[in-house]
Design a protein around this ligand. Structure first.
Ligand code: GDP
Ligand code: GDP
Length: 456
């Protein structure tokens, strides 16, 4: 590295930064109007105000990446959701429950000017039961005079209230320091506790009516074993152990699959939050699509969610029994144009109704997980990069030719690469490298991350 003009510490730092693996997840929960969305904006440093005054606004995006004091984590925003037909307490509880399930730590936001309400108390009970680390944010403390209001919230029994003003930023730095203390360095959901060595975790996701519950019933029959039932809550996240192909798999968050939730407002948002939570808990996402219908924006969002979360991906086209030749032709064209971002995902064409190709599901899942865990030895990677760069050099720009000097794989699950270059590498050339990496090493069923460091 040194003779290529990179400082060894820079190289090590870059590799460490790129190799973080899955990020820990922080959920921000609380009643409507306490300032959750404002606080999330503040945490992720989003400039534009996304706080909407319109009731019933649904947001499909619920997780964001944030960084504080050099540490990165994900934030789940539960602020995009209006009170629904369940009534205020139940809806806040259900929403908080989803978010808490997927999280490694929770920021519980209370409006310090209003004080603790019964709904807040209900959330506190949920938080106690979940046993996740909690940071209590006493919001709307816009000046010193509000500090006393914040102090009242000691009563909630959640430890020190952190007085903040999400709107003006007051106190949020100290609160975030507390958040970093509460967050594990590696997400417990994925690598701690039952994660290691346990059954592989599958999220079966897809928009309503694509056939998720039919598929689950078909593959599992009566053999399913329900685990992780949290009693007494509105909607229980449930994981099920299902044996397929002689192996036990954990299907995460299957309550969302089986129970049909009838909501007027915020139903899409609810579904997105649920999907995001399941994806966070899983290693591989089996994305179910309805082959008889056009690929929709909602399908694409679900795909994007799984890819951005860095999960292994399998695409399953269901209802194959309904297809005629014409539809089949158009479907193939559609897949090419609409699902290019997951052209690398293994694909199965199934029918939950007839049982067609059910036996192909497990091999596809195994392929995707293998791609997700692939590690390319540094020697092999550099031999490959060396050949690639001399056969297909980067275009000359401004009289200079930027070159990839060397690279290394910083992590797996999904594979992450850091490339070190002598100058700015254009997006087109990066895509070219990704394509060639895939051709050479496989990576079927997995997103791959490539970051490029440029020598100063
Ligand atoms: P959510 O429903 O919990 O996501 O709440 P929002 O973030 O939408 O905020 C609800 C209202 O409270 C908005 O009008 C915000 O501008 C306001 N608000 C949020 N944080 C603060 C704060 O720190 N101080 C004051 N004074 N108002 C705030
Ligand atoms: P979910 O909302 O994704 O769980 O979807 P469901 O499993 O409830 O299925 C929605 C509808 O599609 C139901 O009427 C199912 O009978 C139907 N369905 C599911 N899978 C298939 C299939 O493979 N072929 C056909 N023809 N219909 C299916």
């Amino acid at each position: 590295a040194a003779e290529e003009g990179f400082d060894i510490e820079d190289v090590e730092g870059a590799i460490e930064a790129a190799g973080h693996g899955p990020l820990p997840v922080l959920a921000v929960v609380g009643r409507p109007n306490v300032g959750k969305s404002t606080l999330v904006n503040r945490i992720i440093g989003r400039r534009e105000a996304v706080v909407e005054d319109k009731p019933g606004v649904t947001r499909d995006r619920v997780t964001y990446e944030a960084e504080w004091a050099g540490r990165r984590f994900k934030v789940v925003d539960t602020g995009g959701w209006e009170q629904d037909v369940l009534g205020i307490d139940a809806s806040v509880a259900a929403q908080a429950e989803y978010a808490i399930e997927a999280a490694d730590a929770v920021v519980f936001v209370v409006d310090a000017k209003v004080g603790a309400t019964d709904t807040d108390e209900a959330v506190v009970r949920l938080l106690r039961k979940a046993g996740k680390p909690v940071v209590l944010a006493a919001n709307k403390v816009d000046g010193p005079s509000g500090e006393a209001d914040a102090a009242y919230l000691w009563n909630l029994g959640l430890g020190e209230p952190h007085p903040v003003s999400a709107l003006h930023g007051r106190g949020t730095g100290d609160m975030l320091d507390a958040v970093l203390e509460a967050l594990p360095t590696a997400p417990a959901q994925t690598f701690g506790g039952t994660g290691i060595g346990g059954p592989r975790r599958i999220a079966l996701i897809g928009r309503p009516n694509v056939g998720k519950s039919s598929l689950l019933n078909k593959v599992a029959g009566e053999e399913r074993v329900v685990v992780n039932e949290l009693a007494g809550t509105t909607r229980d996240p449930v994981d099920e152990m299902i044996e397929l192909g002689g192996v036990t798999w954990k299907f995460v968050d299957t309550a969302g699959i089986r129970k049909r939730v009838h909501l007027q407002q915020g139903a899409d948002y609810y579904a997105s939050l649920r999907t995001a939570a399941a994806v966070e808990k899983a290693e591989v996402a089996v994305i179910l699509l309805d082959a008889s219908e056009n690929i929709s924006v909602q399908d694409q969002r679900i795909v994007t969610m799984a890819v951005e979360a860095g999960r292994a991906v399998v695409l399953a086209y269901n209802k194959w029994d309904t297809l005629d030749e014409e539809r089949r032709y158009y479907l193939e064209r559609e897949i090419e144009t609409e699902l290019g971002q997951v052209a690398w995902a293994p694909r199965v064409n199934v029918s939950a109704r007839t049982g067609r190709h059910m036996e192909k599901l497990v091999p596809a899942i195994e392929t995707a997980l293998a791609g997700w865990e692939t590690r390319v030895p540094t020697g092999r990677l550099n031999a490959f990069l060396g050949e690639l760069v001399s056969a297909h050099p980067h275009p000359v720009r401004g009289g200079k030719q930027p070159r990839i000097l060397f690279g290394t794989q910083a992590g797996t699950k999904p594979p992450r690469f850091v490339l070190f270059a002598s100058g700015f590498i254009e997006a087109g050339y990066r895509r070219f490298i990704e394509r060639r990496l895939r051709e050479e090493f496989g990576f079927e069923g997995t997103p791959i991350h490539i970051s490029v460091r440029v020598r100063e």
